[in-house]
Design a protein around this ligand. Structure first.
Ligand code: SF4
Length: 322
């Protein structure tokens, strides 16, 4: 097992109360596996990933409980220096907006070379040679000349290719990609996701893909974890989740996206209502105010994840019968 997250809870101190951004989540990730994390905006997807590497300052974020075992080491127990030796080295992140992850006053070449020089201690000449190779691998045309260019001289898609090259530079065991193509033109999204998936397959790198796009997850993830109001409400192998969704929220998400095999006259079914304020969660199942199947018990008791099939779990009082 590459990564084991156990009972992780992370709260944010906000003016109007304690925001339960991540509430007691557990999951595993194998070497080379791709895990898709899906859910609406504000469900805790990004905070759950950023808190693995302690990338949100404390305060406002407080990791109140849990363990994050990466290659057997608990990341929450490490000091800043030890954690820095993991960030960008054995574990890398790709953020949504490449312009904010690249430094505008440094050449792209320097930014790809930097992790190689810091983490692997290679010389500048060797780093430059590897950098050109990485840019070529990320399919940046005329890589040898473009290493000297600055981020503003690249298009959005090309900038994200640079970020992917940076992420892969030290051959990490895990990449966390947070909505990596959401800020890009749709025509470039598939191309970049194909590239990222191929490169992670070639290098045997595990990938956590955070997205609100169920189509992306269906195509690229081996397993899917659905989050709602800071909690995991369903997890399963991708095919099982799409064939037999067990949680009413997952069903709602699937029914609200257009499908190619759907009758064009059929209207999409949105999930009624709004996601809850994480500082004022409703009692019982947090989805009950929006759930068409809610019962009395759902208002008072919180369901925990329970098996509903082979390697398939859902947190719903109806189990797989929802
Ligand atoms: Fe709906 Fe109740 Fe299941 Fe929650 S526990 S998803 S409210 S049926």
């Amino acid at each position: 097992m590459l990564l084991e997250v156990r009972n992780l809870s992370a709260h944010l101190m906000a003016g109007h109360g304690i925001v339960k951004a991540v509430d007691n989540i557990s999951y595993d990730l194998d070497e080379g596996e791709t895990l898709g994390i899906v859910g609406e905006s504000g469900c805790g997807k990004t905070v759950s990933a950023l808190s693995l590497l302690r990338l949100i300052p404390s305060p406002p974020l407080v990791v109140s409980s849990g363990r994050v075992l990466f290659q057997g080491q608990d990341l929450l127990e490490l000091g800043d220096e030890e954690l820095c030796s993991i960030r960008g080295n054995t574990m890398a992140m790709i953020f949504q907006e490449p312009m904010t992850s690249l430094n505008p006053v440094l050449s792209v070449g320097y930014q790809v070379m930097e992790p190689l020089m810091i983490h692997r201690g290679v010389s500048r000449t060797e780093a430059m040679r590897e950098c050109i190779g990485l840019l070529k691998m990320a399919r940046i045309p005329d890589a040898a000349a473009r290493v000297h260019a600055y981020p503003h001289q690249f298009s959005g898609g090309m900038r994200q290719r640079v970020v992917i090259a940076m992420g892969l530079s030290c051959n990490p065991r895990l990449i966390i990609a947070d909505e990596p193509t959401t800020a890009l033109d749709v025509t470039i999204q598939a191309e970049l996701l194909d590239l990222m998936k191929q490169l992670t397959l070639d290098h045997g790198t595990a990938l956590i893909l955070i997205t609100h796009n169920l189509g992306v997850v269906a195509r690229y993830a081996d397993r899917v974890m659905v989050m709602y109001a800071g909690r995991v409400v369903e997890q399963a192998r991708t095919l099982d989740l799409y064939r037999t969704p067990a949680h009413p929220y997952t069903r709602g998400l699937l029914e609200s996206v257009p499908r190619l095999d759907q009758d064009l006259r059929q209207r999409l079914k949105p999930i009624e209502g709004q996601p809850p304020d994480l500082a004022r969660l409703p009692g019982g199942c947090a989805f009950h105010p929006r759930c068409p199947l809610a019962m009395e018990r759902c208002r008072n008791e919180t369901p925990q994840l329970a098996p509903v099939g082979d390697a398939h779990e859902a947190a719903c009082w109806l189990g797989g019968a929802a």
